[in-house]
Write a protein that binds this ligand. Structure first.
Ligand SMILES: [Ca+2]
Ligand SMILES: [Ca+2]
Ligand SMILES: [Ca+2]
Ligand SMILES: [Ca+2]
Length: 323
């Protein structure tokens, strides 16, 4: 574990990464998506809550801000179900166990998933004044996050919880050094253990998530929810040309377990979501997570650790042997 920890921080720092839009560019995901708790899960959200973690490198000492785009649930960007009557609360947490509590690292809003110190919170509803606009949380001192040794940095947790209503909230985040604009922090990143998002309507767009495989991972299980049979899900990696995974239908989960190759350890996988051309699927909201053989969730970094993996032809792809 120690070697791996070193690896993450080394990769984060040496890559000189500098972008914290969430979702980020390589993911090509239009919006995060959370529904009000009165919506049926067939709308595409299994649990009406989404948690994201923002990672600020240790050496960074300026104030940071967490910004939310289209925090309201109204207008053209969001998904109405009858009339807009939904409220969502965004909460920012830091301090001890805000990240490291086991309930915070799970997919469902259960137990003490709101662990840590509540630093800021705001509830939005049908408010046109925030439609297609940014709301800013902060300033936060980086040290208000939870220091995590293996990241060599401070982690902030942001939870978006559906509180009332049945409409769909589309939104994005940005970790910024400015209150009134998006200015990235070098070496920062963001990650989640579950991604609830909106697919593109355009069938030529391919969305991606990048789970990081650590050196203890022998096999993974990819689970996807309410995919509306929209095209293909394919896993590409340094050693994998295109592993197909079953695509879920309406309001159900689909799963695929596969063995990890030695060459994939300490690299990111590229899970590609390739839409169906005909008939087109519009307004498709989906949920995805990936677990290892211990049932632990793999983090999806918005900026893939080690970069976007490229398949290397001719690589020896013997499965890892069990120890
Ligand atoms: Ca409604
Ligand atoms: Ca809106
Ligand atoms: Ca919204
Ligand atoms: Ca769906």
């Amino acid at each position: 574990m120690k070697y791996f920890s070193f690896l993450i921080s080394a990769l984060l720092i040496t890559a000189g990464l500098q972008a914290q839009p969430v979702p980020a560019g390589d993911e090509n995901i239009p919006y995060l998506m959370t529904f009000g708790p009165k919506a049926g899960t067939s709308w595409g959200d299994d649990d009406f809550s989404q948690t994201f973690f923002f990672l600020v490198p240790k050496g960074f000492s300026q104030s940071v801000y967490i910004r939310v785009y289209d925090p309201d649930i109204s207008g053209s960007t969001d998904e109405v179900n009858g009339v807009f009557d939904t409220r969502m609360t965004y909460s920012v947490y830091g301090g001890k166990e805000s990240y490291s509590h086991k309930d915070a690292m799970e997919t469902s809003p259960r137990g003490n998933y709101k662990s840590g110190n509540l630093l800021a919170s705001k509830t939005f509803g049908n408010q046109v004044d925030y439609d297609n606009k940014w709301y800013t949380f902060g300033p936060f001192n980086p040290s208000e996050g939870e220091f995590v040794q293996r990241f060599d940095g401070y982690v902030f947790k942001v939870i978006c919880d559906g509180m009332a209503g049945d409409d769909g909230n589309l939104y994005r985040y940005f970790l910024s050094t400015r209150m009134d604009e998006n200015k990235a922090i070098e070496g920062a990143n963001a990650f989640a253990y579950e991604y609830s998002f909106r697919m593109h309507d355009n069938a030529t767009e391919v969305s991606h998530i990048y789970p990081l495989v650590d050196d203890r991972t022998i096999s993974v299980k990819l689970s996807n929810f309410d995919w509306d049979s929209d095209g293909l899900i394919r896993c590409v990696s340094v050693a994998r040309k295109g592993q197909l995974c079953p695509v879920s239908g309406e309001d159900v989960w689909a799963e695929k377990e596969f063995t990890i190759f030695d060459e994939e350890k300490n690299t990111s996988l590229d899970i590609q979501f390739i839409k169906r051309k005909t008939p087109p699927v519009k307004n498709n909201n989906v949920v995805v997570n990936v677990r290892n053989q211990y049932g632990e969730l793999l983090p999806f970094y918005v900026i893939p650790i080690g970069g976007v993996p490229k398949y290397k032809a001719g690589i020896d792809v013997r499965p890892m042997t069990k120890k």
